[in-house]
Design a protein around this ligand. Structure first.
Ligand code: PMP
Length: 451
């Protein structure tokens, strides 16, 4: 059992010494001291089903024994020497990633990897390589997207809530994300004829010199709330960007490594071939590890100058990544994401029929979103109700995520080892909590969950 400082002491220390920008979830922040596969434990020993996986990061399970053993073994042998020396883990892991990549444009292999420690850094490198490779400056992102917290990636992120006023880089434009539930044209698929995707040509014509460095998009938006555009979406966008001289970057930080169930990479759902693939989070089951993989020609731009990342490719992160990919293969993780994710989505759609608060259920595999609205016609974001659902679920041993510009989309993205019983528990808990919230709303009380 846990015998460290109390939750109150930890909270007080954080409030006194940690930058207040380091945010917490919940009205009473949760303290987590242990994890085992799909479960987390607080300091009292209470168990939670983790349907958010450390923000979609723990792919094969908290402290999965194979990954934990690999990390422990490597940490006890060599933690760090930097990439200025050879170590077998780095090229072996790069080889393994290359074997998992789909072929790039025109059959060109995507087999050259640069390792970093965070998705933001990897996206920065993707933008840098695209700019160097094309000689163009402009980068196009999607509204409602998230790409990181460094200057370019904060600029590419398209929720005002994440943008600091003083930190805006130039050369970035945004196009529509294919968010059908909130179609900017009030049209419906397929009679809309993909007007949103086609608008990228206007963005290029009006907001860039006509030539662009790249397009970067999450094939299924994570922070934005599991927004999954129609199948034709990325084909149309990629074609327009390539016609303007640009490369195409798939940000697979959340959607990769089998999470969408049907494919190893979420962009494969759309039948497109990116020039660069950015990975993080699930790649290392929680290790500070990210990567960008691209073609020989694009990767070669990095040799124009010296570029160095002290911790990028360190042996402990490499061991973690290699072991994680082995588990994904050995334990049928992608298939589990497909099967259990399918069951969850079906159950959530049934809950939509029962609860008016649920406006939209979307996503693929174990990357699901449930958008809550207080009025199904006006689609008014149910911000307070989403916060209440988080609290009530927590009390019942279920950790959910939330996202979207208004924080009104529940994000369900558990470790991919989740079982059917866990899925049923999740559905029953969400059902019960929504019932409580709706009941209280009917009685017009000033009730607050967790109060
Ligand atoms: N891309 C996507 C799609 C993400 O979800 C995130 C993190 N939420 C990032 C990039 C940035 O990753 P990091 O926080 O590791 O910098």
């Amino acid at each position: 059992p846990y015998d460290g400082p109390s939750r109150e002491e930890v909270l007080a220390l954080r409030q006194r010494y940690v930058n207040p920008g380091v945010l917490t979830y919940y009205r009473e922040p949760l303290m987590i001291v242990e994890g085992a596969m799909q479960y987390l434990y607080d300091e009292t020993g209470k168990r939670y089903l983790d349907a958010f996986a450390g923000i979609v990061t723990v792919s094969v399970g908290h402290c999965h024994p194979h990954v934990a053993a690999a990390v422990k073994e490597q940490a006890g042998t060599l933690q760090h020497a930097t990439t200025i020396y050879l170590h077998p883990t780095l090229p072996r892991f790069a080889e393994k990633l290359a074997s998992k990549m789909p072929t790039g444009p025109n059959g060109t292999p995507l087999d050259r990897t640069y390792f970093t420690n965070s998705g933001s850094e990897a996206n920065e490198l993707a933008v840098l390589m695209a700019r160097e490779a094309t000689g163009n400056q402009h980068v196009i992102g999607l509204r409602n997207g998230y790409h990181g917290g460094t200057p370019n990636t904060m600029g590419l992120t398209a929720h005002g809530t994440w943008k600091f006023p003083s930190n805006a880089p130039g050369g970035i434009a945004h196009t529509h994300p294919g968010y059908c539930y909130r179609c900017p044209y009030d049209l419906a698929y397929p009679s809309c004829e993909m007007k949103c995707a086609k608008d990228v040509a206007n963005v290029i014509a009006y907001e860039t010199p006509g030539q662009v460095a790249c397009f970067i998009g999450e094939p299924i938006q994570g922070v934005g709330g599991a927004v999954l555009p129609p199948k034709e979406f990325f084909g149309i966008v990629y074609d327009a960007v390539r016609a303007a001289g640009g490369l195409c970057v798939a940000d697979e930080v959340q959607g990769g490594f089998g999470r969408t169930g049907e494919h190893y990479w979420s962009h494969q759902h759309f039948g497109v071939q990116p020039d660069l693939v950015v990975m993080a989070k699930g790649i290392g089951n929680g290790a500070p590890l990210a990567a960008v993989t691209t073609t020989e020609a694009t990767a070669a731009t990095m040799t124009k100058r010296i570029h160095f990342n002290t911790y990028g490719g360190n042996p402990v992160s490499m061991a973690s990544g290699l072991a994680t990919l082995e588990v994904i293969d050995a334990e049928g993780i992608q298939e589990n994401a497909r099967v259990v994710g399918g069951r969850l989505k079906e159950g959530l759609l049934e809950l939509r029929d029962k609860h008016d608060l649920i406006g939209d259920v979307r996503g693929l595999g174990l990357m699901l979103g449930v958008e809550l609205v207080t009025d199904r016609v006006a689609k008014t974001p149910a911000k307070q109700e989403a916060a209440d659902l988080m609290e009530l679920a927590k009390e019942r041993g279920l950790i959910l995520g939330k996202g979207g510009l208004h924080g009104n989309t529940m994000r369900i993205k558990p470790p991919m080892c989740i079982s059917k019983d866990d899925a049923d528990f999740l559905l029953a808990t969400v059902d019960e909590c929504l019932g409580i919230i709706e009941e209280k709303a009917r009685h017009g009380s000033s009730w607050k969950a967790g109060a």
